[in-house]
Design a protein around this ligand. Structure first.
Ligand code: FAD
Length: 316
């Protein structure tokens, strides 16, 4: 499985070496799936002193993690009161705390391990233009404000100044958010996990799990791993390996848009990054893609959307 063409693939930091699994092996934990979830799990387990083997069907970051919007998005559609109602008085506060700290967790891991992924933290603008959107945003600002979060509010004129368009009538600016190059981030997580002692095998689809004594044997075409624990991080690509997991996944379709006027400098910078990386690695950039974004002074977000729509088409 070769990574498909996308802006992310063209501009990413180099991939880590992840040879296919061969022969008989053993580890404390086997992580199945080398996206953000699997790689971060492996990194944290390795930091905690466990021996970890990651088995990935493609290459690390091959699926959603290497092709998404790159937004480190602090928002969740549910209001804090709705979260508490859904998860109850005991688990509700823990869910809110996790949501509140999720962006910090990503930025911390990037800074701790020096991950080169074009990360920026300018905050996150969530904008709208109809009364329903305004009511939601007002409730969101009020409820998170009561929990101590300082969110800035913008009106139409302020937005024109801030993001270069008066299309939206109101917005919030949440300082917790930012953006990054997702494939570089996935590859950086993989590199950090390996540095901490984890082993990653790409092109090693897990075909079977056998219970063996008190543990498990994890089987791929080329080899096997005996282990005590398995963490399955296969996301939407979960197959018959663990049937109940697959049953829990509901395919949905989403639409993305891109704005052609915002952040033209970032678009230029993306193009320059691709040119620089390709000059040094002597690989041809996806020229049709560059032609498409260059003349319109498109944005970083444009690249995200292209990567994202590719992932939706070729992966789901
Ligand atoms: C179009 C799109 C846009 C998105 N935009 C954003 C965004 O802007 N910001 C954001 O925060 N999130 C975004 N997301 C969500 C985000 O990409 C995912 O939540 C995240 O990547 C999930 O990571 P993961 O590791 O769980 O799954 P994945 O990255 O999908 O990894 C699962 C891995 O499991 C492997 N696998 C599957 N079966 C097996 C097997 N049997 N053996 C071995 N390996 C196996 C796959 O090859 C794959 O690499 C977006 C998602 C999509 C689809």
């Amino acid at each position: 499985m070769i990574l498909p063409d996308s802006l992310w693939a063209a501009s990413a930091a180099p991939a880590v070496g992840a040879p296919p699994l061969k022969g008989r092996n053993a580890a404390d934990v086997v992580v199945i799936g080398g996206g953000f979830t699997g790689l971060s799990t492996a990194l944290h387990l390795a930091e905690a002193g466990k021996s970890v083997i990651v088995l990935e069907a493609g290459e690390p970051g091959w699926c959603a993690s290497g092709r998404n919007g790159g937004q480190v998005n602090p928002g969740w559609r549910m209001l804090p009161s709705e979260i508490t109602a859904k998860y109850g008085r005991n688990r509700g506060p823990a869910v809110l705390d996790m949501l509140n700290k999720a962006c910090d967790a990503a930025f911390d891991v990037i800074s701790r391990h020096g991950i080169d992924c074009d990360v920026e933290r300018p905050g996150f603008v969530h904008a709208g233009f109809d009364p329903l959107g305004k009511a939601f945003l007002d409730g969101w600002i009020r409820e998170w404000g009561e929990l101590g979060l300082a969110v800035e509010r913008y009106d139409r004129a302020g937005l024109q100044e801030f993001i270069g368009t008066d299309f939206y009538h109101f917005a919030k600016h949440d300082p917790r958010g930012g953006h990054l190059q997702p494939l570089s981030y996935a590859r950086g997580l993989a590199r950090a996990a390996i540095t901490q002692g984890a082993t990653i095998h790409g092109h090693s689809r897990v075909d079977a799990l056998h219970q063996k004594g008190g543990g498990w044997q994890v089987v791929t075409k080329g080899g096997s791993v005996d282990t005590e624990h398995i963490v399955i991080c296969t996301n939407a690509y979960s197959d018959r390996l663990w049937p109940n997991l697959r049953k829990s996944i509901i395919p949905i379709s989403t639409q993305g848009g891109r704005n052609l006027v915002m952040f033209p400098q970032r678009a230029e910078r993306s193009v320059r990054q691709i040119e620089r990386r390709h000059q040094s690695s002597a690989v041809a950039p996806p020229s049709a893609f560059l032609r498409a974004i260059k003349p319109v002074s498109s944005s970083w977000i444009a690249g995200s959307m292209a990567g994202a729509s590719y992932s939706a088409r070729s992966c789901l």
